[in-house]
Design a protein around this ligand. Structure first.
Ligand code: ADP
Ligand code: MG
Length: 252
C-alpha cells in the first residue's frame, strides 16, 4: 500500500501513562474502505492505541496523520470533528437515556461533515441506522440500560454511524458477547465494509479478526510483532502460539 493512499497513518508513536511506557514505537497504515484489525491479548496496548489516535492519551513522540493532516496536538473534540468516531470498549452508551436519545443526541454530530469527493461511503441518518439494526427500531423508547449486551453493542455502533465518520475506531465489540452475538458483530462488520466504511478494529477474538480483516497487526507489550493478511497469520504458528495463546496442538 502506497503511503500517500493511507487514510490513517500512524508512525513510530510512543505513548505513556505518566512514567509507564505503554506503546513502544508503533506504525500502521489504513487505506480508505478497509478493515484493519489490531489483535492482542489483554493489557497489550490496544485501547491505548485508540486513545493515542483519538487524542485522549496523545503520544509523546511520533506522528499520526488522518486524510493527510497531522492529528498531533489536536484536542479530542477536534479529532472527532475531523471525521473519526470511537465505539468504546464496554460500549459506554447512556444507560438512563432511551435508544432514540442515544442515537440522536448530537455528541459528535459534526464528525465527517467534510466529505471528500471520492468518498462513496453510505450516508447515515436515523432511518438508515434503524434499517440496519431493526432490533433497535423495536426498542426506541427503552432505556439503554434495559438492552441486552448485543443490543447495546448495536446501539454503540449505530450511535457512531450517526456522526457519519470517515473512520471508525472500534474497541473490542465482541467483548462479553455470546458466540451467536459475536457472529452478529461479524455480520455488522461485513455490512459496514460493504457500505464503504474504513474501520480500525481492536480485538482479542482471533476468529472474528480473521473473518473481517483486510490486514492484521498483532500487538504484544506495546509493539507490533506481526503484520499480514489473515491467511498469512493463520500459517504463522509461532505468532499464534507465542502472542495469541493458540497452541498448534489444539487443532489435532
Ligand atoms: N490509565 C492508565 N494508567 C496507567 N496505566 C494504564 C492505564 N490504562 C492502561 N494502562 C496500562 O497500559 C497497558 C495497556 O493497556 P490497554 O491499552 O488498556 O490494553 P488492552 O486494551 O490491550 O487490554 C496495560 O499494562 C495497562 O495496565
Ligand atoms: Mg482494551
Amino acid at each position: 500500500m502506497a503511503t500517500s493512499e493511507a487514510l490513517l497513518a500512524v508512525r513510530e508513536i510512543h505513548t505513556y501513562y505518566g512514567d509507564s511506557y505503554v506503546l513502544n514505537g508503533l506504525s500502521l497504515e489504513l487505506a480508505a474502505g478497509r478493515i484493519v484489525v489490531i489483535l492482542g491479548r489483554n493489557g497489550m496496548g490496544k485501547t491505548t492505541l485508540i486513545r493515542s489516535i483519538a487524542g485522549l492519551t496523545p503520544p509523546r513522540r511520533g506522528e499520526v496523520t488522518f486524510a493527510g493532516q497531522s492529528l498531533i496536538g489536536k484536542p479530542p473534540y477536534a479529532i472527532a470533528q475531523s471525521g473519526i468516531a470511537i465505539v468504546p470498549q464496554g460500549r459506554r452508551i447512556f444507560k438512563s437515556l432511551t435508544v432514540r436519545e442515544n442515537l440522536t443526541l448530537p455528541t459528535s454530530a459534526l464528525a465527517g461533515r467534510q466529505r471528500a469527493r471520492h468518498d462513496s461511503r453510505k450516508h447515515w441518518d436515523l432511518a438508515g441506522v434503524l434499517a440496519e439494526f431493526p432490533q433497535l427500531a423495536e426498542r426506541m423508547d427503552n432505556t439503554g440500560g434495559a438492552l441486552s449486551g448485543g443490543e447495546q453493542q448495536m446501539l454503540a455502533i449505530g450511535r457512531a454511524l450517526m456522526a457519519n465518520p470517515a473512520l471508525i475506531l472500534m474497541d473490542e465489540p465482541s467483548e462479553g458477547l455470546s458466540p451467536k452475538l459475536v457472529q452478529k458483530v461479524e455480520e455488522i462488520m461485513h455490512g459496514l465494509r460493504a457500505h464503504g466504511h474504513s474501520i480500525l478494529l481492536v480485538e482479542q477474538n482471533l476468529a472474528l479478526a480473521m473473518a473481517v480483516a483486510d490486514s492484521i497487526y498483532v500487538i504484544s507489550s506495546g509493539q507490533f510483532v506481526f503484520h499480514g493478511t489473515p491467511d498469512e497469520l493463520s500459517r504463522n504458528a509461532g505468532i499464534l502460539d507465542s502472542h495469541l495463546g493458540v497452541s498448534a496442538a489444539r487443532s489435532h
